[in-house]
Design a binder for this molecule. Structure first.
Ligand code: S3P
Length: 163
């Protein structure tokens, strides 16, 4: 069966919604950041601090290409993964891409972003980054999800998108 691929801005809820989907659909959730952290034995912040973003992106590409060869997964992508065409195009070939299009201001005001190295420059910078990325997320999305009333309802909208 095809993969379910979740993309969107950091903190939009990909991992939380992915867990709910995995439970409902009896599938395995893979979070690309967690996979990279487990392989490297370092947190994403530590990888950025010691090796830099470029190295992190190369790991992300490798993970995306490996996951694209598998099926039946729920894949929660790091927010920047779709910036690499080769990473997201491989994943898109393997399933359906859902963009969790949650308001960036709401994310910044309500989520803890302390462990996101690219979210440490204040609210305006975060909103600008989100605005810049919209066209990228839009380009790769098969479906756009805009209901963030609760994680349960977001997961329900994704499941409707599978029908
Ligand atoms: C990033 C998002 C993060 C993580 C890294 C970079 C980004 O993942 O991959 O901090 O560039 O948007 P989440 O979207 O899971 O926070």
């Amino acid at each position: 069966m095809k993969n379910i691929i979740l993309i969107g801005m950091m903190g939009c809820g990909k991992t939380t919604v992915g867990h709910l989907l995995a439970g409902r659909l009896k599938r395995t959730l893979v979070d690309t950041d967690q996979l990279i952290e487990a392989r490297e034995g370092l947190t994403v912040s530590e990888i950025f601090a010691t090796e830099g973003e470029g190295y992190f992106r190369s790991l992300e590409l490798g993970v995306a290409q490996a996951l694209s060869l598998r099926g039946d997964l729920i894949i929660a992508c790091g927010g920047g993964l779709p910036l690499q065409d080769a990473a997201i195009s491989a994943l898109k070939e393997s399933g359906t891409v859902f963009w969790l299009d949650r308001d960036a201001g709401e994310i910044y005001d309500s989520e803890s972003l302390a462990d996101r190295p690219l979210a440490q420059d204040g609210r305006e910078a975060f909103l600008a980054k989100a605005a810049e990325r919209r066209s990228v997320y839009e380009k790769w999305a098969d479906r756009v999800i805009t209901d963030f009333t609760s994680s349960v309802s977001t997961a329900a909208r994704v499941m409707e998108g599978l029908e």
